[in-house]
Design a protein. Structure first.
Length: 158
């Protein structure tokens, strides 16, 4: 079941990418860290991925580090009763044992503020995910084609 969820998550995150990529670190499988290509003038963007925990102990994603943005934070999207979306900072993201957590448009995501340069489709950006139990895990975010119809979320206010 875990493998099926991982494959489904990878397929959802891959979108129009030619292939999904990821990293395994102990009990954790990091599936397709990706950033939909923002406009060349963008100062912020969002990153998405799935994290599958095949172990018997929960873990927590505490931070994401990378040189391609001045500030990288964990966020979630909350919608008001009138449908207005607002981004909220998260201190950490819980990764339950035996479960897969998907960071996706309209939900939890990695917020990249103060991009240090333009991001082009096909780029691979080194980053480090910091977990409470698994420690530091090096990954690469691929810059994927922009979401159909434009950006998946409006990050212009960041």
């Amino acid at each position: 079941m875990k493998r099926a969820l991982s494959l489904l998550a990878a397929a959802l995150l891959a979108g129009t990418s030619a292939f999904a990529h990821g990293v395994t670190a102990g009990d954790l499988e990091i599936i397709h860290p990706a950033i939909p290509a923002p406009s060349q003038a963008a100062k912020s963007a969002a990153g998405y991925l799935a994290i599958s925990n095949g172990g018997s102990e929960p873990d927590r994603l505490l931070a994401v580090e990378g040189e391609f943005a001045d500030k990288i934070m964990l966020h979630t999207t909350e919608f008001s009763a009138d449908g207005v979306a607002r981004m909220m900072h998260l201190e950490a993201i819980d990764i339950p044992a035996g479960d897969t957590v998907v960071l996706e448009p309209g939900g939890m995501h990695v917020m990249l503020m103060g991009l240090t340069g333009p991001l082009a489709e096909g780029d691979h950006l080194p980053a480090t995910l910091v977990f409470e139990r698994a420690g530091r895990v090096d990954v690469e975010f691929s810059v994927d084609p922009a979401a159909a119809g434009g950006a998946a979320e409006d990050h212009s206010g960041h």
